[in-house]
Design a protein. Structure first.
Length: 257
């Protein structure tokens, strides 16, 4: 075997992409007391444990819900379908929410939504920083330019639309409270970073739509129109915009002209 072939074979064994007993004996040295398959098995186990730790770091609440044994089994099945393909293990877990949704019998019906929330929290933590505007920046646009103005939202902001109330599940796990059974409850959640701290909060569906409209570069007249079903549409839009400024979600507000 060439060096390149040997390295590729070792990698396949260490990541359990190849059958350990069958392949290890073909090029690795063993002994009666310590066969080659057992030797490479040490590396394979360490690799799986490191991948499991990577998932635990990005999905701490999901890991706590599952427990060590079930998390290890999940990591093994997940790594088989989505092997680590980048030097940074921080990217390894990016497919986990979709993987959980494909499981025929997940631990809980809301497990994938909880994972979605945790991955969003991980993403915004590493997003680039941005300076946020103050309230007077919106007032400075003036009444004529306000409705045609466009907002630039900070990079460290995600909007999730989930089938279950994962935010409540997250809070119960954070507080150590018992979990209730998963119930379908469509929920919109905003996830953002302020300084070095990550936050998330449930928001109304129309506010979630307004944020996505603003992110798409539509003028404020379209953003504000999402609140037309509120009892006081103008007041609701004004209150929501003020809350976005207060939370630091708006990086810039500029007139189309």
């Amino acid at each position: 075997m060439t060096l390149e072939e040997t390295q590729a074979a070792f990698h396949a064994l260490a990541t359990r992409a190849a059958d350990l007993p069958a392949a290890a004996e073909s090029f690795l040295v063993g002994s009666p007391a310590f066969p080659a398959a057992e030797r490479i098995g040490i590396y394979a186990d360490m690799y799986l444990w490191r991948l499991t730790d990577a998932l635990r770091e990005d999905y701490p609440k999901t890991a706590a819900l599952l427990g060590d044994e079930r998390l290890l089994a999940l990591a093994k099945a997940y790594a088989r379908e989505h092997p680590s393909d980048q030097p940074d293990l921080g990217h390894f877990g990016r497919h986990l929410p979709a993987f959980l949704r494909r499981l025929p019998a997940p631990e809980r019906a809301d497990l994938a939504d909880l994972a979605d929330l945790e991955w969003a929290r991980s993403e915004v933590f590493f997003e680039k920083p941005a300076t946020s505007i103050a309230r007077d920046a919106l007032a400075a646009l003036g009444p004529d330019a306000f409705l045609d103005a466009r907002l630039e939202l900070i990079p460290a902001l995600r909007i999730l639309v989930l089938d279950h109330d994962a935010a409540t599940v997250w809070r119960h796990l954070e507080d150590g409270d018992p979990l209730e059974s998963a119930v379908v409850c469509p929920t919109a959640v905003a996830v953002w970073r302020a300084g070095f701290e990550v936050f998330h909060a449930r928001i109304d569906p129309d506010e979630a739509r307004a944020i996505e409209i603003a992110r798409a570069g539509e003028p404020l007249r379209h953003v504000c129109s999402t609140f037309h079903d509120r009892e006081d549409p103008a007041g609701a839009a004004s209150a929501v915009l003020a809350s976005w400024v207060d939370e630091g979600w708006i990086a810039d507000a500029s007139s189309a002209g």
